[in-house]
Design a protein around this ligand. Structure first.
Ligand code: AMP
Length: 457
C-alpha cells in the first residue's frame, strides 16, 4: 500500500504542512482509509488511539472545507472532554496552512452561554461531547444545515457512555447528504446498529487483526452459572497470578465479580464506564504500580491500560466477538513473557468457543475445574499506594520524592515503585514491607521544606 501523503489529492500547502509537522509517511490506518475518505465515502474504521486516526479524518475534513464559508461544516463527536481537546489540538495542527480556520471545542461542564457566544461568532469545525452538542443543536445555537462531515470518534466508548440516542438525534439534525465516518477500536453489535442508523453503505476498514500469540497458555473451563464465582475464586487461588485482569461483558457483572472477590479478601478494583476520570486514574495507577492484584473490567473501560507484565487474563464472561476475545488475551504475555489466559465458559456457551476456534484457526484446550486446587496463602499485592497532598502545582517532581524516600526516609531504592504526579497530588507506590518507614517519614519528615500528609488513595 503506498504510504506517501503526496500520492493523495491534497493541496500543496497541506502537504507542506504535513512535512513541517514531521508526518513523513501515512500510518497503516491512514493508508487504508484516507483514499476512501477523500472520495467522500462513509466508512467504519477499526482504529485505536495512537494509530493516527485523528489525522485520517482530520485531513478528510480539511480537504473539503470551504474556508470562505464561516459555518459549521464538520462535527466530531468524542466520548470525553479530554479526547475532544486532543482532537481539537490535532486538527489545529493539521489546519495550520489554512489561515482563519475556526475550530471550537464544545463539551459538557463548561458554561452554556460562553459556548453559545463562541458559536454565534461562527466556526468551521466543532469538536465535542454528544450531550452538550445535542443541547446546542436543540436550542438553535449550533445549526447543522451546512454540515458535510460527521465523525464519531471512539464509537464503542460513545455507546458505552450511553450516547446512542443523542448521536441519532444530532445526526437527524444534519443534512442527509453528508459523509459520516465512524471510528472504533472494537465492534460490539451495537456499533453496527449505530452504523446502519447514521451511515450509508459504509465500508469497513481494519488493519491490524491481532492473532493469537504462541507464548500465551490458553485454557478453558466449563461450569454452570451458579458456580461461576466459585470457579473464578478457585482459578485465582490455584494460579495465584501477581496481576490479573478479569474481563466482563457488562458493568453489572463487573460490579458483581469485583464485589465477590473483595468479599473473599482479594485486593481488587472494578473498572467500568460509571467511573469518572479521577476514579479511573486512581484505579489504573494502583493496578499499574502493583498495589492492586486484580482488576475487573469491561473491554471499553480497560482501553489504554498498558501493563507490561500482566500475569493472567481471566474471561469471567466470554465475549460474543472472537476478535475481542483475542484482543483481551493479547494483554498477557507481553514483552517476551509467558502469558496465561483462563476462560470460563458456561454450559450453554459452546457456540462462543466455536467462534473463537474458527477465528484463531485451532481448537482450544479444556481443563476440568476439578483439577484445580486452592493453594494456601493469600495473594497480597507487592506494593502499597500513598497519595500525597502535593503535586505539579507545588513543583514536585518524581526525583524529589525518590530522593527524600531513599535519603531521609531510609527506604532502599528497590522499595520505591512508580511515582505518578498529578496537579495537586501525587501517588507513590512503596513496597508493602516498608510502608511503616514511609508513614514514619510522613509524620516527621519534609519535602521541599514543607510537610505533607497522605490523602486517601
Ligand atoms: P491518534 O491515533 O490520532 O491519537 O494519533 C497518534 C499520534 O500520531 C498523534 O500524536 C499524531 O500527531 C501522530 N501522527 C498521526 N499521523 C502521523 C503520521 N502520518 N506520521 C507521524 N505521526 C503521526
Amino acid at each position: 500500500m503506498p504510504r506517501s501523503f503526496s500520492k493523495l489529492s491534497l493541496p500543496a500547502p497541506c502537504l507542506a504542512n504535513l512535512a513541517a509537522i514531521g508526518y513523513e509517511a501515512m500510518t497503516p490506518i491512514q493508508a487504508a482509509s484516507l483514499p476512501e475518505i477523500l472520495q467522500n465515502k462513509d466508512l467504519i474504521v477499526q482504529a485505536k488511539t495512537g494509530s493516527g486516526k485523528t489525522a485520517a479524518f482530520g485531513l478528510g475534513i480539511l480537504a473539503k472545507l470551504d474556508p470562505a464559508k464561516c459555518c459549521v461544516q464538520a462535527l466530531v463527536l468524542c466520548p470525553t472532554h479530554e479526547l475532544a481537546e486532543q482532537v481539537g489540538t490535532e486538527l489545529r495542527r493539521l489546519a495550520r496552512y489554512l489561515p482563519n480556520i475556526k475550530i471550537l471545542t464544545i463539551c459538557g461542564g463548561a458554561p452554556m452561554q460562553v459556548q453559545f457566544n463562541s458559536l454565534a461568532h461562527g466556526a468551521h469545525i466543532v469538536v465535542g461531547t454528544p450531550g452538550r452538542i445535542q443541547k446546542h443543536v436543540r436550542k438553535g445555537g449550533l445549526p447543522l444545515a451546512a454540515l458535510t462531515t460527521l465523525v464519531l470518534d471512539e464509537g464503542d466508548r460513545l455507546l458505552d457512555m450511553g450516547f446512542y440516542d443523542g448521536i441519532l438525534d444530532i445526526a437527524d439534525a444534519a443534512p442527509k447528504h453528508r459523509q459520516t465516518l465512524l471510528f472504533s477500536a472494537t465492534f460490539p453489535g451495537r456499533i453496527m446498529e449505530m452504523s446502519r442508523a447514521v451511515q450509508k453503505d459504509a465500508a469497513k476498514i481494519a488493519t491490524d487483526t491481532e492473532h493469537c500469540d504462541e507464548s500465551i497458555r490458553q485454557i478453558f473451563y466449563k461450569t454452570a452459572k451458579p458456580e461461576r464465582n466459585n470457579l473464578l475464586y478457585t482459578l485465582i487461588a490455584h494460579y495465584q497470578p501477581e496481576s490479573t485482569v478479569v474481563f466482563c461483558n457488562t458493568k453489572q457483572s463487573c460490579r458483581d465479580a469485583a464485589d465477590y472477590l473483595r468479599n473473599k479478601g482479594f485486593s481488587v478494583a472494578g473498572l467500568h464506564g460509571d467511573l469518572d476520570q479521577e476514579q479511573r486514574t486512581r484505579v489504573f495507577t494502583q493496578f499499574a504500580n502493583r498495589s492492586t492484584s486484580i482488576l475487573v473490567a469491561t473491554d471499553v473501560a480497560s482501553r489504554g491500560l498498558d501493563i507490561d507484565s500482566l500475569a493472567a487474563v481471566i474471561n469471567y464472561e466470554l465475549s460474543p466477538d472472537p476478535e475481542v476475545h483475542v484482543h483481551r488475551i493479547g494483554r498477557t504475555g507481553r514483552a517476551g513473557k509467558d502469558g496465561l489466559a483462563l476462560s470460563i465458559c458456561l454450559e450453554t456457551q459452546d457456540f462462543l468457543v466455536q467462534r473463537i476456534e474458527e477465528y484463531q484457526k485451532r481448537p482450544v484446550q479444556w481443563e476440568d475445574p476439578a483439577s484445580l486446587t486452592r493453594r494456601p496463602g493469600k495473594l497480597v499485592p507487592a506494593m502499597v499506594t500513598f497519595a500525597l497532598n502535593g503535586g505539579k502545582k507545588d513543583k514536585i517532581r518524581p526525583g524529589d520524592i525518590l530522593g527524600v524516600l531513599t535519603g531521609d526516609a531510609g527506604l532502599p531504592g528497590s522499595s520505591v515503585g512508580k511515582i505518578n504526579i498529578f496537579d495537586s497530588y501525587a501517588y507513590v507506590a512503596v513496597a508493602r514491607e516498608d510502608a511503616d518507614k514511609f508513614k514514619h517519614w510522613l509524620a516527621h519528615g519534609k519535602l521541599k521544606g514543607r510537610s505533607f500528609k497522605a490523602v486517601s488513595a
